[in-house]
Write a protein that binds this ligand. Structure first.
Ligand SMILES: Cc1cc2nc3c(=O)[nH]c(=O)nc-3n(C[C@H](O)[C@H](O)[C@H](O)COP(=O)(O)O)c2cc1C
Ligand SMILES: [Fe+2]
Ligand SMILES: [Fe+2]
Length: 402
C-alpha cells in the first residue's frame, strides 16, 4: 500500500491487513482490517497515530512518500491500544524530537505501553488545540470510545475528524474511500461494521451517544477512522452515524424479559426450569418468560438474550463437582461492564455433592450480579412436592422484581 492523498494537506499513511481473521481475541474479521494512520501538513507536520508493530516498515515507507521524517513535529495519539500505539517506541528511535500528544489517561498508558516512564507526552484537554500553521488540530475528549484514553482530533480547515476506533470497521478498502466500495460489496461492509460496533462499542452505548452529541454541531466533510474506509459526507458517514445512534439507544420495553437458561442430562434440571418459570408467570403474567436448553441454542444469541434481560435464571446439574461447560460458556458471554445489579437466581439437580449453584454464584457475584439469596436445588429426580416448591421459588423471586 502507498500513501493516499485525502484532501489538501491530509494523507492516509496507514497499512492494510486483509488476512487478519481474529482481532483482539474475540472479534472475527472476515474482511480483514486496516490500521489507518494519517499525516496532516501545515507549516508544521503532525502524524495521527501509528500502526500495529508488525507493519512498521510499510507505515514508514508510506510516511516517507509524503514527507521526510525529520520534518515531522507531532504525533497525535487519539487512543493507545497497541493496534495504534504499537509502533510509537520504534518511531521515536527514528524521530527523537517528536512531540507526542495524548489525553491525560493516554499519556499514562503510553508510558506503560512503551515501558518508558520518562517518555515526554504533551497532555491535551478537551477543547484545546495545536496550531500547525494553516492547519489546526482541535482535541475533543471521547472517553470509552474505545478506552478511557480516547479522544478525537478535528481539523476545521478541512472539516476533517480523526476519530480513531469510533465509527470504524474491520474492512479493507484499498482506496481508503467509502465512495469506492462497489454496491455489491455494501452488504459485506455493513455486516463488518455491525460486527465491529457490537464487539467494540456494544458495552459503551451511553458513551457512543455522548460522542455523537459532541459531533452534532461540527461541519464534517469526512471522518477518518483508524480502521476501515474513510467515511465521507457524500458516502456512508450520515448512515453510519445514524446506525450508531439507533444501535446505542435502548428500546423502551413494555414487558419484562426473564429468560431461564439451563442444561439437563436426564431432564431433572429441565423440570425445575419449567416449574420455576410457571411460578414467575403466575406472579408476573405480563413478563416474557422462556426456558432455553443451552445445548440446543446458539451461544452468542443466548448471551445477547441474557445481556438484554431484566432478570435471568441459570440452572445446571452438578457433574463432576461443577456446573456443566455450556453453562460456563453462557456466563463467558456476559457483558461484565453492564451486568452489575441485574437480578438473577440459580437452580439445579444434583446427586450427592451439588457444587453447581455455589460455583455459579461465585462467578455471578464476582460480576456484581444481584444473585437471589437462595438457590433452588433438589437431589436427583424432583418429586411433586419439590416441583411445587420450585414453582413457589419462581413466584418468590418474581415478587422481588415487581
Ligand atoms: C458424569 C456425571 C457426573 C456427576 N457428578 C456429580 C457430582 O460430582 N456431584 C453431584 O452432586 N452429582 C453428580 N452427578 C449427579 C447429577 O448431578 C444428577 O444425576 C442430576 O440429577 C442430573 O440432573 P440433570 O438430569 O438435570 O442433568 C453426576 C452425574 C453424571 C452423569
Ligand atoms: Fe481500540
Ligand atoms: Fe483500534
Amino acid at each position: 500500500m502507498a500513501a493516499i492523498k485525502l484532501a489538501e494537506g491530509i494523507y492516509s499513511v496507514g497499512v492494510f491487513n486483509p488476512n487478519l481473521r481474529l482481532f483482539d481475541i474475540v472479534m472475527p474479521t472476515e474482511y480483514g482490517t486496516s490500521y489507518n494512520a494519517y499525516l496532516v501538513k501545515g507549516e508544521k507536520t503532525a502524524l495521527i497515530e501509528t500502526v500495529h508493530l508488525d507493519f512498521f516498515d510499510q507505515y514508514l515507507a508510506n510516511i516517507k512518500e509524503v514527507t521526510p521524517l525529520e520534518e515531522i513535529d507531532y504525533l497525535i495519539m487519539n487512543h493507545n491500544e497497541p493496534d495504534h500505539s504499537g509502533s510509537v517506541a520504534k518511531l521515536m528511535e527514528l524521530i527523537p524530537n517528536l512531540k507526542v500528544v495524548a489525553s491525560q489517561a493516554g499519556s499514562l498508558y503510553l508510558k506503560n505501553i512503551t515501558n518508558n516512564k520518562s517518555l515526554a507526552v504533551t497532555v491535551v484537554k478537551d477543547g484545546e488545540s495545536i496550531d500547525l500553521g494553516g492547519k489546526t488540530l482541535s482535541f475533543i475528549n471521547a472517553p470509552f470510545l474505545h478506552w478511557p484514553d480516547s479522544m478525537f482530533t478535528y481539523v476545521p480547515e478541512n472539516e476533517a475528524l480523526f476519530s480513531c476506533d469510533f465509527l470504524g470497521s474491520h474492512y479493507c478498502e484499498t482506496t481508503m474511500l467509502d465512495t469506492s466500495i462497489l454496491p455489491r460489496y455494501k452488504a459485506a461492509y455493513d455486516s463488518a461494521m455491525l460486527g465491529y460496533y457490537t464487539a467494540i462499542f456494544g458495552p459503551f452505548k451511553p458513551y457512543v451517544l455522548k460522542g455523537l452529541e459532541k459531533l452534532k454541531d461540527l461541519s464534517l466533510a469526512f471522518v477518518a477512522t483508524s480502521h476501515g474506509p474513510v467515511l465521507t459526507k457524500e458516502g456512508f458517514l450520515p448512515e453510519v452515524m445514524e446506525k450508531y445512534r439507533v444501535w446505542s439507544t435502548s428500546a423502551v420495553r413494555e414487558t419484562k424479559q426473564i429468560p431461564l437458561f439451563y442444561c439437563s442430562a436426564y431432564g431433572n434440571t429441565a423440570q425445575l426450569a419449567e416449574a420455576i418459570a410457571s411460578g414467575i408467570r403466575e406472579t408476573l403474567p405480563d413478563a416474557e418468560v422462556a426456558c432455553y436448553d443451552l445445548t440446543e441454542q446458539n451461544m452468542g444469541e443466548m448471551g445477547a438474550l441474557l445481556n438484554a434481560s431484566d432478570a435471568f435464571l441459570v440452572g445446571s446439574p452438578t457433574l463432576n463437582r461443577d456446573a456443566v461447560p455450556p453453562v460456563w460458556m453462557l456466563l463467558a458471554h456476559i457483558d461484565a461492564i453492564n451486568i452489575a445489579k441485574r437480578p438473577a437466581a440459580l437452580f439445579g439437580s444434583y446427586g450427592w455433592s451439588g457444587e453447581a449453584c455455589k460455583n455459579l454464584r461465585a462467578r455471578l457475584e464476582g460480576l456484581k450480579v444481584n444473585v437471589y439469596a437462595e438457590d433452588f436445588r433438589v437431589t436427583f429426580v424432583p418429586s411433586e412436592e419439590e416441583l411445587a416448591n420450585a414453582k413457589a421459588f419462581g413466584a418468590a423471586f418474581a415478587a422481588t422484581l415487581a
